[in-house]
Design a protein around this ligand. Structure first.
Ligand code: ZN
Length: 242
């Protein structure tokens, strides 16, 4: 089975649409949270996600903030303003969908968690030390995470040793062996100096994890962000992906 794995869409409908068109031939979708926040189209994105076939979706910190499950003081002032704007935009139906999302999902081979298995809403796994500590926090061979907006694979060859990492090129196919922590990168706000939308395909028969990047209409999204007065810094960062 080919599974489309996406994360951190951040209310960027055009990026999501482009990814869904580029990722052909998948029968299931795993969405690792942060459907909203930063971008101009929170309702459209939540509705597109809700319509996906065989969806498994978990909550991210921006989603939790949008449904008032988190104290907004934990966000910087710009992000907080966008969360307040997002709260006003979201329809009752979409708010309810977000508030019912689980923090983690555990399946036969894979655990899904937004930030990390140890602290799903908050922790960033950015380095091998952090990753190594998190390998004891999930029971499955693999764990899919998002949150950092950076595509990366952390893997263990020996349970007693430090984790290693792979930073993928534009198109990387990795045959997985247990155990690994896999980040597909961000659809709507990449932060690895590549502005293109990032996603992964997980082939669960061959255990192959495949990275993809796809160009979307960044300028159009920035125009729509300007129209609704979203912060300039959030608009600018989409140009180069930081
Ligand atoms: Zn995010």
């Amino acid at each position: 089975m080919r599974i489309l794995v996406i994360s951190d869409i951040h209310a960027n409908a055009n990026a999501l649409e482009t990814v869904l068109e580029a990722a052909d031939n998948y029968s299931e979708v795993w969405c690792l949270g942060d459907l909203v926040g930063y971008g101009p189209e929170p309702n459209q994105v939540v509705e597109m996600i809700r319509d996906l076939p065989n969806l498994k979706c978990i909550i991210g910190n921006h989603d939790a903030a949008a449904v008032n499950m988190l104290n907004l003081d934990t966000f910087n002032p710009e992000a907080r303003n966008v969360i307040l704007w997002t709260q006003n935009q979201l329809t009752p139906d979409n708010l309810e969908f977000l508030s019912n999302l689980p923090e983690t999902i555990e399946m036969e081979y894979v655990t899904l968690a937004h930030g990390s298995p140890r602290s799903p809403i908050w922790e960033y796994i950015l380095d091998t030390r952090n990753a190594t500590e998190n390998f004891t926090e999930f029971n499955t061979p693999y764990c899919c995470i998002g949150h950092s907006h950076v595509p990366v694979i952390f893997y263990l060859v020996d349970e007693q040793a430090m984790a290693n990492l792979i930073i993928p090129d534009e198109f990387t196919r990795v045959t997985l062996t247990p155990r690994a922590i896999l980040n597909p990168g961000s659809v709507g706000q990449p932060r690895d100096r590549d502005p293109r939308a990032s996603f992964a395909i997980f082939d669960t028969e061959e255990f192959i994890w495949e990275y993809h990047r796809v160009e979307y209409d960044v300028y159009g999204v920035q125009e729509r962000m300007r129209k609704v007065n979203l912060p300039k810094r959030h608009i600018d960062r989409l140009t180069i992906g930081w």
